[in-house]
Unconditional design. Structure first.
Lengths: 279, 279
C-alpha cells in the first residue's frame, strides 16, 4: 500500500541539468511519480533524449535550452514554463560541472579518494576556473530561485530542491571552487527557507554522496578514464555502505521532497551518501 | 502514481511509545503503508486504541507492555516479536519523557514567551535528571542493543531514532532533555557506521513542535491553561512555517526511512520542524 501523499500527479517540475546524470534521473523519477517536467540544460540532443523518456512515461515534457550562467536564459525558461503549464510547483537546482584543481600546485597532491595515488595537476586554479564553477552552481541556483521565486510566492506554494554534495560538508581538497559553491548552496537553502516560509514555499537540499556519472570523469582531465575507473573502485572502502549510490535513489528522495508528504520540512540538507558524511 | 519503493508491504516494525502522540502516528502510518506492527509501551490499555487502528488497515498488531528503562523488558519485547513474526525489519525508538526544571531554582524564573507568567519550578533532582536521560537515551541504547543482533544476522534492518529540535535549541530548564536528544543524534551516527557493513540503516527524525501530551506532562509547574497559552504563542514566535506540525507528517517521513527508497541513507538526522532549526 503506497500512501497518497507521495504522489506528484498534476505537479509541474523544472529540473536544471536534466540532460544526463543526477538531473536526468530526478526528472524521470518525478515524472514516474506523476509530474510534468520542464527539462533544462545546454545540450539540446541530450535534452531531447530525456524528454523522450519522460513522454514515454506518459507525462508532458517541455524542453528549455538553458545556460544557468545567463539570467535571460533562466528567465526565458521560467516564462516558457508559465506559458505552457500556468504554474511552477517544483524547482530542482541541479545544473553543475566540476574540474578539480588545487588553488596552488605544490606537486605533493594526492587523491582524496585513494590517498596513495599522487595527482599531477596541470596548473594552479585560475580565477577563470574559480568563477566558472561558482557561476554555474551557486549563482546558477541563485538565478533560478530569483526567477522562479516570485511565481511560487504569488501561488503561496512551491518546492525548491537544491542539489548540494557531501563535498559541501567535508573534504574538498583540490576542489575548492566546487566545495565552497556547495557549502554556499547549503546556506542559501536555509536562508531562502526562512524568507519564503510565510508563503508556504519549502526550500530543502539533497547532498549526494558517490554516484557514477559523467562528472566523475569530466572533473579529472589529469587522469585517463581507466585511472578514474580504478579510483572509483578503490574508493568503495571509504563508503560505510560499501557501494556507490543508484541514481534512482536520488530520484526517490526528490519525490519525497517534491510531494505533499514533506510540506512541514524546510531548510533541511539531507545527505544520501551511504553514511559518508556521518564519519 | 505512487512509486513502489515507498511501500512497506511484508515488513515488521517495532514502535516504542506507540500508545499515543508521535509513536501512535508512526505506528498507524506505517501500518497504512503495509507493515505489521509491534506496539510497545508501559500500559496495555493505552496501546489497545493504537492496535485497533492498525488492524483497521488489515495489518497485524502485537501489543507488548514494556518499560524501556528495564533491559529484561526490552529483551522480552524483542523475543515476543521474533516468536510472532520471525524477523524485525524496522525499529522506531520513540519512547521519551521530559520534565522541565532549572538546575537550581532562583524563584525569578518567568516564561520566555509569556513574561507575565511566573514559573513555580522545583529544583531539578538527580532522579529527574536520571529519568530523562534513561527514558530517552537509555531506552534507545537498550532497544538498539536488543534488536541489533537480529538485524546483523538478517544483514538488513532500519532503525529510526526519534530526536528533537530541542537538541539544537539552547534554553533554560533543559540541561537534560536537549542533552539526551543531542546524544541520540550522535548515537545515530556511530551506530550507522558500526552497522553499515550489515546493510542496516540508522537514521534519526528530529520533530519540531507538535501538540501532544508530552507538551503538558513536561510542565508540572504550569496549569493546562498556561501551557495552552504558551503553545498558542509558539507558531508566530518560533516556527517559520507558522503552524504546529500534524503528527501524520512524522509518520510519512518514518515510512520513507523504513522503506527500500532510503536504502542508501544512513547516519542522517532530519528535522521535520517547519524550519525552526534552519534559523
Amino acid at each position: 500500500m503506497i500512501l497518497k501523499e507521495f504522489n506528484l500527479d498534476g505537479k509541474v517540475a523544472i529540473v536544471t541539468g536534466s540532460s544526463r546524470g543526477i538531473g536526468k534521473a530526478i526528472a524521470l523519477t518525478l515524472a514516474e511519480a506523476g509530474a510534468n517536467i520542464v527539462v533544462a540544460a545546454r545540450t539540446m540532443s541530450d535534452l531531447q533524449m530525456t524528454a523522450r523518456e519522460v513522454r514515454y512515461l506518459g507525462r508532458r515534457c517541455l524542453i528549455a535550452h538553458t545556460d544557468v550562467t545567463k539570467m535571460e536564459q533562466v528567465e526565458n525558461m521560467v516564462e516558457k514554463t508559465i506559458a505552457e503549464f500556468g504554474k511552477i510547483d517544483i524547482l530542482v537546482n541541479n545544473a553543475g560541472s566540476d574540474v578539480e584543481s588545487p588553488l596552488v600546485v605544490t606537486g605533493l597532491e594526492r587523491s582524496g579518494l585513494v590517498p596513495e595515488l599522487r595527482m599531477k595537476y596541470a596548473g594552479d586554479m585560475t580565477e577563470k576556473l574559480w568563477r566558472n564553477i561558482v557561476d554555474t552552481h551557486l549563482i546558477g541556483t541563485f538565478r533560478c530561485c530569483k526567477a522562479v521565486g516570485p511565481h511560487m510566492v504569488k501561488q503561496k506554494s512551491g518546492k525548491i530542491i537544491n542539489i548540494s554534495s557531501i563535498i559541501g560538508a567535508f573534504d574538498g581538497a583540490n576542489d575548492l571552487h566546487y566545495a565552497v559553491s556547495k557549502a554556499g548552496i547549503n546556506h542559501l537553502t536555509k536562508v531562502l527557507a526562512l524568507e519564503w516560509a510565510p508563503f508556504k514555499v519549502n526550500v530543502n537540499g539533497i547532498g549526494p554522496g558517490s554516484y557514477i556519472t559523467a562528472i566523475r570523469y569530466d572533473c579529472r582531465p589529469h587522469l585517463t578514464g581507466e585511472q578514474v575507473d580504478e579510483l572509483l573502485e578503490k574508493s568503495l572502502g571509504l563508503i560505510p555502505s560499501g557501494r556507490h549510490g543508484e541514481l534512482r535513489e536520488l530520484g526517490l528522495l526528490a519525490v519525497y521532497l517534491a510531494s505533499p508528504a514533506s510540506d512541514y520540512m524546510t531548510g533541511q540538507i539531507i545527505y544520501l551518501d551511504g553514511g559518508w558524511v556521518a564519519k | 502514481m505512487v512509486l513502489k519503493e515507498f511501500s512497506l508491504d511484508g515488513k515488521v516494525a517495532i514502535v516504542t511509545g506507540a500508545s499515543r502522540g508521535i509513536g501512535k502516528a508512526i505506528a498507524t502510518t506505517m501500518a497504512e503503508a503495509g507493515a505489521d506492527i509491534v506496539a510497545a509501551a508501559r500500559t496495555a490499555s493505552a496501546l489497545e486504541q493504537t492496535a485497533k487502528e492498525v488492524r483497521k488497515f488489515g495489518r497485524k498488531c502485537l501489543v507488548v507492555t514494556a518499560d524501556m528503562t528495564k533491559m529484561e523488558q526490552v529483551e522480552n519485547m524483542v523475543n515476543k516479536t521474533i516468536a510472532e513474526f520471525g524477523k524485525i525489519d524496522v525499529l522506531v525508538n520513540n519512547v521519551g519523557y521530559d520534565s522541565e526544571a532549572p538546575l537550581v531554582v532562583t524563584g525569578e524564573e518567568r516564561s520566555g514567551l509569556l513574561p507575565g507568567i511566573k514559573l513555580n519550578y522545583k529544583d531539578m533532582t538527580e532522579e529527574t535528571w536520571r529519568t530523562v536521560i534513561e527514558a530517552n537515551l537509555g531506552a534507545t541504547f537498550r532497544c538498539c542493543k536488543a534488536v541489533g543482533p537480529h538485524m546483523v544476522k538478517q544483514k538488513s534492518g532500519k532503525i529510526i531514532n526519534i530526536g528533537s529540535f530541542c537538541a539544537l535549541l539552547y534554553g533554560p530548564a533543559d540541561t537534560h532533555y536537549g542533552a539526551a536528544k543531542y546524544a541520540i543524534n550522535r548515537l545515530t551516527k556511530v551506530l550507522a557506521l558500526e552497522w553499515a557493513p550489515y546493510k542496516i540503516n540508522v537514521n534519526c527524525i528530529g520533530p519540531g513542535s507538535y501538540v501532544t501530551q508530552i507538551r503538558y506532562d513536561s510542565r508540572p509547574h504550569m496549569t493546562r491553561e498556561q501551557v495552552n497559552q504558551v503553545l498558542e504563542k509558539i507558531p508566530n514566535a518560533v516556527i517559520p512555517l507558522g503552524y504546529h506540525g500534524d503528527t501524520r507528517v512524522l509518520g510519512l517521513l518514518a515510512v520513507y526511512l523504513a522503506s527500500p527508497a532510503s536504502d542508501y541513507m544512513t547516519g542522517q538526522v532530519i528535522y521535520l520542524d517547519g524550519g525552526i532549526t534552519a534559523q
